[in-house]
Design a protein around this ligand. Structure first.
Ligand code: MLT
Ligand code: ZN
Length: 469
């Protein structure tokens, strides 16, 4: 659903924004607010509206229902599945101006935020309270909490702390029908039937707007220590994980290929972790709370070397060194970005990761021997990022078309392994046509039914996640 430019009058909409929200229609604003980090689709929104309150969001939704106008909720626009793209004359509703931290309760360890709070702002606020917001990823400096919740963002600490869903104890939402709902009120326990909060988490803005969230905070971790290990055989990443996990409570277990490191080195001048060059690397993190923990970690490392699972390794001796080692992993995405990567974000049960990766790699490299393939990901969660880089001389649309051709082969493998076509990036527009490889037709039909309940006129983020019937 979308409206036409002639039917839309910015002043009428602005007149509904009684708390100071504003409407933007300048071409630069439309271009900036109409896209996310996917860059596959050209932005073409009708206008951008920046509300200041939940009531203003409600007024916008009511107006959109009357006008049959499609709305696209927009946070930090760092998504990788085109969930926040407005390419078809939709109205972008950006939460940037609803960016206040509203309340904090130390006894509850709860912080109440507006949806436009930037992830890093929440992390810093938690730190100032002597607490910790553990959901973390490379785009934390730009991504906004509402978007994180709408996409159930994961990141680099999921192995210990779970995904965004695990930290949301309350939501205020405006449904596509224009109702304001307060969901769960910050309660840890609340067994009163359907938990509607969970539908909005990961709902990709297809049911309504998240305007406020009550987030749980954790105790601060102490002396986070990082090891980077070099491996010759992918299957050994799992042996190493099981060894370390049996004795230490890992806060991260990440993986990247030698090709990924080469891009980080070239782009960001981050040095290699050690001289030995290996095809695969694992990065693990744990809290070195005592000398005993450090000795245990060293003993585990020696065991892995004796078993010939690990070829070389390095362990951080300070916070600064730990941060440097993290850069090897966290800067991969930005380092390959200039090569216009086609991204797949896959997951399987962790025990099956090595055979799954090898099978997909051989299919993609056989199909496209000239394309560079970069692997990295949150291997401790069974989550692999497959990035195919665009050859410099190939046109963007032609490249994406060829990558989509190989997708059917990749997703057939995903289906056979009972994995997911989107582990943490969401479905948006990019993965919508592949949803059936992970969810059954019956499940998708139920999802469509749920959407109808919350968004009877289909104005909320149409074309994302599922198609309306
Ligand atoms: C990451 O793990 O670095 C992010 O999910 C971004 C990406 O996959 O490029
Ligand atoms: Zn990731």
């Amino acid at each position: 659903m979308s409206t036409t430019a002639t039917a839309f009058d910015p002043q009428t909409l602005e007149g509904l924004l009684t708390d100071g929200g504003k409407v933007l229609t300048a071409p630069d604003d439309l271009a900036a607010y109409g896209c996310d980090w996917t860059r596959i689709y050209d932005p073409a929104p009708l206008a951008v509206v920046l509300p200041k309150s939940t009531e203003e969001v409600q007024a916008i939704v009511r107006y959109a229902n009357e006008q049959h106008m499609a709305l696209v909720p927009s946070g930090g626009r760092t998504g990788l599945s085109a969930g926040a793209v407005a390419a078809n004359g939709e109205m972008v509703v950006a939460m940037d101006r609803m960016n206040r931290i509203l309340d904090f309760n130390a006894n509850d360890r709860l912080v109440q935020c507006e949806a436009g709070v930037v992830t890093e702002q929440l992390q810093q606020y938690a730190d100032e309270q002597g607490l910790y917001y553990p959901v973390d990823f490379a785009s934390a400096g730009s991504s906004e909490l509402g978007g994180n919740i709408a996409t159930n963002a994961g990141g680099i600490k999921v192995i210990r702390y779970g995904m965004t869903r695990d930290w949301v104890l309350g939501l205020k939402v405006v449904t596509g029908a224009g109702e304001i709902l307060e969901l769960n009120n910050g309660l840890e326990k609340n067994n009163t039937g359907y938990d509607l909060r969970q539908l909005f988490i990961g709902g990709e803005g297809t049911l309504g707007f998240i305007t406020e969230a009550t987030m749980k905070l954790a105790r601060q971790p102490s002396n986070l220590t990082v090891m980077v290990l070099g491996l010759n055989d992918l299957s050994n990443t799992m042996d190493v994980l099981q060894s370390f996990r049996s004795k230490l409570d890992l806060t991260a277990y990440e993986f990247f290929s030698n090709e990924a490191i080469a891009h980080v080195q070239a782009h960001a001048e981050v040095p290699r972790p050690f001289e030995t060059e290996c095809p695969y690397y694992a990065l693990l993190e744990f809290e070195a709370t005592s000398e005993g923990v450090m000795e245990e970690a060293m003993a585990l490392f020696e065991h892995c070397v004796e078993q010939e699972w690990v070829v070389d390794g390095v362990i951080s001796q300070s916070e600064g060194q730990a941060e440097k080692l993290w850069q090897l992993r966290e800067r991969i995405s930005e380092s390959i970005a200039p090569h216009t990567p086609y991204k797949n974000d896959l997951s399987v049960r962790i025990s099956r990761v090595p055979e799954f990766l090898n099978e997909i790699h051989s299919v993609v490299s056989k199909e496209y021997p000239d394309f560079e393939i970069i692997w990295y990901g949150h291997i401790g969660d069974g989550n692999l990022h497959l990035n195919i880089l665009k050859p410099a001389d190939m046109e963007k649309q032609e490249f994406f078309k060829r990558c989509e051709t190989v997708n059917d082969l990749v997703f057939e493998i995903v289906q056979r392994y009972e994995g997911s076509v989107s582990a943490e990036h969401g479905v948006g527009m990019v993965k919508k046509k592949y949803l059936g490889f992970t969810k059954s037709a019956e499940e998708i039909a139920v999802m469509k039914g749920i959407k109808k309940v919350f968004d009877p006129n289909g104005i909320m983020n149409p074309g994302k996640l599922i198609d309306s019937d």
